[in-house]
Write a protein of this length. Structure first.
Lengths: 124, 124, 124, 124, 124, 124
């Protein structure tokens, strides 16, 4: 689900806090994300919402936007979740979240050699 | 979707900041929650995640837990979203979110004269 | 400017952290609030904005709403500042700030034996 | 009031979340900033205070420092508001806010070909 | 270390999110608090500092103030840590933390039938 | 204790907010950090915990990681404090704190021409 990103992440902790990587994998992904009762897509939506609202977790927000797309969320859904955070955490949080999404969408479209979806304007 | 709760809410703003109520209804619910591209259930999951993670919006978290159940989310799903926030915003945020859920579940089961669902333990 | 509220505040710290009260008075009010370059009203507006946005400082927000009115801000101005925070910190922050203002306005109107100003709706 | 900055901002949302730009303009600037009852200068002071205290909205803080100077606030006033946040949100918030102000003051003095104001020390 | 408080805590989660209690115990206390390399007292000091600074975790802050005193921290040390947070998270955070400490100190002195330590003023 | 870092810091405020530097030195370091009742090491541990949990004070967190090592804390202790924050403020806060520690450890080991300590994995 996170592939290379997870390997790079674990490697970056290796020389300084290897157990923290283990905890993230065991508790974060093993215990929590694999629990029944909520789909992986819904779990990623919840995570993107929370990290956008907090506004203090740029690298993790980007990783989860990528992860959300890997488990089947669409770019459109990711954008909607982030945009909704304007209501609950203010416009700056939503705007910064959108910039994170933009980076990941670009990165993925470059990787995949295809154009990223253009988000339609629903407001007339 | 929010029924009496919405009416009480708007009434509480009437004498001091009536426009704020109008903005919540027009922008929050009219513009954002009614946008296509994300189901109402997913929007409530995102909201519960964000408000649990922020930890500064008790009354709004409770209103949205209620709202989530009104649009078809199950108590089990609400609990899973809140519990997941332990990973992203720490255990205190998740624990305080669970207490909010508990209040609303009790309130609803009293209102409906039925026992609330008991959440199963998945961990052995 | 804060009168009885300041005395009660200092007394509440007396037996446990008297120096903290001294620091608030010396640094917070002596050093900062008395600096030239910004009017007392503007300083209170800034404080109300920040505390509303943070959402973690209920008692201090209420004290500064009271303080703002004591240095010549109007109830209308206080309401406008708090309402504006919906844009920067989300609606829950603004809504909780408005409830704090409401409490203080009621408390003051009871104390002064006069009706508090009714805020006009500017939206049609 | 925000000029080129606003155009760049809207353009950056065009391909991914054009409606978010519309909401910022309609709700943030149209509905809220243009309300009567508080001067534009006071609204910018409130915004700078809130964004400094939150500490999660660097680009927006810089935009509003620029905006504040455009509507008639002085550099001195901007510095005073940010410095005051040390009391309410801690020194790191104030220090990071001051670095944002510094960037904008430099940018503007370069643009205008004049030296930026040197802030006087009021402390002996 | 937390005794009755832990039992009440786990019981409060029993009917709604029993696994969350298990995670707190296994991950929070089992995995993290028992790691070598930092004394239990230092771990409690770190926790009190963080929860005071966040300002969103009242019940957990109170539990850890109690826990700190149970593992050998003094009331004086607890007060110093909280007071120090004025520098890093602002005075409201420190003031609210002190009120939490006050509650717990009173509760403990009542339980133990002895007068709580009076904190000396160090400032002349 | 902070040496060159302090000088650079004060110089960066000189032209824009010199009094803020004075307040940090007088109130932050003079008044608070020098109070009796808590060791300098414990004060740095508390600061690192708080700044990691808040997640909004990158430069200050790095300065205090450096400061902690200067007053006798070990790299191992610094890592433990930051890792513990996963429990109280979520994994993203701890992970971002660890990256800050990593930067400072590298910077110091380069400065001192010696290899930084490798942190052991305690989890089997």
């Amino acid at each position: 689900m996170y592939g290379d990103r997870a390997r790079t992440f674990l490697a970056s902790l290796e020389d300084i806090a290897p157990d923290l990587g283990t905890y993230v994998m065991e508790f974060g992904f093993g215990d929590i994300h694999c629990r029944p009762g909520l789909s992986l897509q819904s779990r990623e939506i919840a995570t993107i919402a929370a990290l956008t609202a907090l506004g203090t977790a740029g690298p993790q927000l980007r990783a989860h936007i990528d992860g959300a797309l890997n488990v089947g969320c669409t770019e459109h859904e990711v954008v909607e979740v982030i945009m909704q955070m304007a209501v609950y955490a203010g416009f700056p949080a939503a705007l910064n979240g959108i910039q994170a999404a933009r980076e990941i969408f670009h990165e993925r479209s470059k990787r995949n050699g295809r154009k990223k979806e253009k988000q339609p304007a629903h407001k007339k």
